[in-house]
Design a protein around this ligand. Structure first.
Ligand code: CP
Ligand code: NVA
Length: 310
């Protein structure tokens, strides 16, 4: 049966771990000489309503490494929901390609694509969440710290799409999650409630703490992201006034565990949410994390086709 990859919360802890284990195997195999053509004859259609470096290139390369191909469809070409209805785009593309990935503004647009497609749909970021990023993040944490279970992940800054998926994967995989951001920029209430329900089942904690110095105490992972996400540009001046106390800098990092690592999904705004010193410092895992998008997404793709054939 067709399965989509729309949200971390749609998957069980076991399913997420098995995709991550597959990512570890595919990464090793790639570094040992290459992957077998598991996706030979498959084409991924990539719909982008917003810009991208990592998502676009890593999905394209993932398909090529696995013997398949990818097709980039720009906002101007598709005009999703404007030139043509989402339902019609989904039904037309389902006859041309074997899997779809879309980066959209409204999360409802991803749900609508999935509803009308007869092929698997992958969420390449919406205003609500960024599940592919969270898979690469978990892979990076496992590589650097050996586990997700019983660690403390602290997200500093805007309670945005990246924070939502990170919170949900932490709760699913047994990590405690803390968000620290200015008043008015907390994680969406329904995403938080869902996170707390998942966390209750795995005996983990989700906390919101305004004071960033207090929040990072005992942190194993400090995560940050832009203060202004794509689509919020008109607010950037207003945000730039309230976010500076939430900059991830050397002083803040010193308050976490000495073994703590720093994550950022990128693109980074150096000098705003993160300093050069931290981004390029010994505790930074930023580029390993970016490179892991390739391996995590290979596993997501292979898993979706396995599900479709089962
Ligand atoms: N982290 C991430 O999704 O990067 P891009 O916006 O460049 O794809
Ligand atoms: N929160 C950011 C993530 C970019 C990958 C945005 O949505 O712009």
């Amino acid at each position: 049966m067709k399965k989509d990859f729309i949200a971390i919360s749609d998957f069980s802890s076991e399913e997420l771990m098995s995709i991550l284990e597959l990512a570890i195997d595919l990464k090793k195999q790639w570094h040992d000489g290459g992957n077998p053509p598991l996706l030979k004859g498959k084409v991924l259609g990539m719909i982008f309503q917003k810009p991208s470096l990592r998502t676009r290139v890593s999905f394209d390369m993932a398909m090529r490494h696995l013997g398949g191909d990818a097709l980039y469809l720009s906002p101007n070409e598709i005009g999703l929901g404007q030139r043509e209805s989402i339902a019609d785009v989904a039904r037309v593309l389902s006859g041309y390609v074997q899997v779809l990935m879309a980066r959209v503004f409204s999360h409802d647009h991803i749900l609508e694509l999935a509803r009308w497609s007869s092929i698997p749909v992958i969420n390449g970021l919406s205003d609500y969440n960024h599940p592919c990023q969270a898979m690469a993040d978990a892979l990076t944490i496992i590589e650097r710290l050996g586990k997700m279970k019983d660690i403390n992940v602290v997200f500093i800054g805007d309670g945005n799409n990246v924070a939502v998926s990170m919170m949900h994967i932490c709760a699913k995989l047994g990590a405690n999650f803390t968000h620290s951001g200015p008043d008015g920029y907390q994680i969406d209430a329904s995403a938080l409630a869902l996170g707390r329900t998942i966390a209750a089942g795995t005996n983990t904690k989700i906390r919101q703490i305004f004071n960033p110095q207090e929040a990072v105490r005992d942190a194993d992972v400090i995560y940050t992201d832009t203060w202004t996400s794509m689509g919020q540009e008109v607010e950037s001046e207003k945000r730039a006034k309230v976010f500076p106390p939430y900059q991830v800098n050397t002083e803040l990092l010193k308050l976490a565990k000495p073994s703590a690592i720093v994550l950022h999904c990128l693109p980074a705004h150096r000098g705003q949410e993160i300093t050069d010193e931290v981004a390029d410092g010994e505790q930074s895992a930023l580029f390993q994390q970016a490179h892991n998008r390739l391996h995590a997404q290979k596993a997501i793709l292979v898993n979706l086709f396995q599900q479709a054939n089962s």
